[in-house]
Write a protein that binds this ligand. Structure first.
Ligand code: PGA
Length: 251
């Protein structure tokens, strides 16, 4: 069966020293009290090696927040999937709405990134989600379907390795969370889209996380929904106690 997962997305926050301290704190808390879900922290590229050094094997996973769509070569400033993997990381967030919106990442690039991540043994946390206008004009199911379908040229065995994160853009960092019902409806929709292409078994085994102003106070209600398999957490992942509070929603 699919896994429950709480993943942190630190975005462009923390200096190296602050990041290592935060990772160390979370690791210590998780060692003291085993989580009832998988935990992953996704951190800036600059922090990966040092953070890997302070987290214990089996306590939590480590991810990057992006990787290049190119394998290697003359792409100044880019970081490849192979480089991410070589730090000891095991996950990578791809297609976050901030990457789509501010850096113009499109479906074709995201498919290339996903293929490279998989080829290098990284688990993609692939983000989808509609903007406010699409929520309001009712096109949100179609929009998210299109974002998921961007990966449908993958072989089933590869698609099966992907974690999906549904993050309505209007809920990210705004304090405005989707209701648990809105999240459940979309997650069930995404699962049916996957089932249509890859079959029910693969769809049932795909973890679909919710992201967007998820906090200790609303995590339990969201995660209680049958198709919500955990969360991708931004702001609340930057403090060990609030991140732990969300993990504990699975207790
Ligand atoms: P938020 O961000 O929890 O701060 O809303 C979630 C995300 O963007 O992954």
């Amino acid at each position: 069966m699919r896994k429950n997962i709480v993943a942190g997305n630190w975005k462009m926050n923390t200096t190296l020293e602050e990041g290592v301290e935060l990772a160390n704190e979370i690791n210590g808390l998780l060692k003291g009290k085993k989580a009832n879900c998988d935990v992953v922290i996704c951190v800036p590229f600059t922090h990966l090696v040092a953070v890997k050094g302070v987290i214990d094997e089996g306590v939590m996973g480590l991810g990057a927040e992006n990787c290049s769509e190119h394998e290697k070569g003359a792409y100044t400033g880019e970081v490849s999937a192979a480089m991410v993997k070589s730090t000891g990381a095991d996950h990578v967030i791809l297609g976050h709405s901030e990457r789509r919106q501010y850096f113009g990442e499109n479906n074709e690039q995201l498919l290339a990134k996903t293929k490279l991540a998989l080829a290098n043994g990284l688990t993609p946390i692939f983000c989808v989600g509609e903007v406010l206008e699409e929520r309001e004009n009712g096109s949100f199911n179609e929009v998210v379907k299109g974002q998921v379908e961007a990966l449908f040229s993958l072989e089933p065995a590869d698609f099966a390795k992907i974690i999906i994160a549904y993050e309505p853009v209007w809920a990210i960092g705004t304090g405005k969370t989707a209701t648990a019902e809105q999240a459940q409806d979309m997650h069930a929709h995404i699962r049916s889209v996957i089932a249509e292409k890859y079959g029910k078994e693969l769809a049932d085994n795909t973890s679909i996380l919710y992201g967007g102003s998820c906090k200790p106070t609303n995590a339990k209600e969201l995660f209680a929904k049958p198709d919500v398999d955990g969360g991708l957490i931004g702001g609340a992942a930057l403090k060990a106690d609030s991140f732990m509070g969300i993990i504990e929603a699975f207790d």
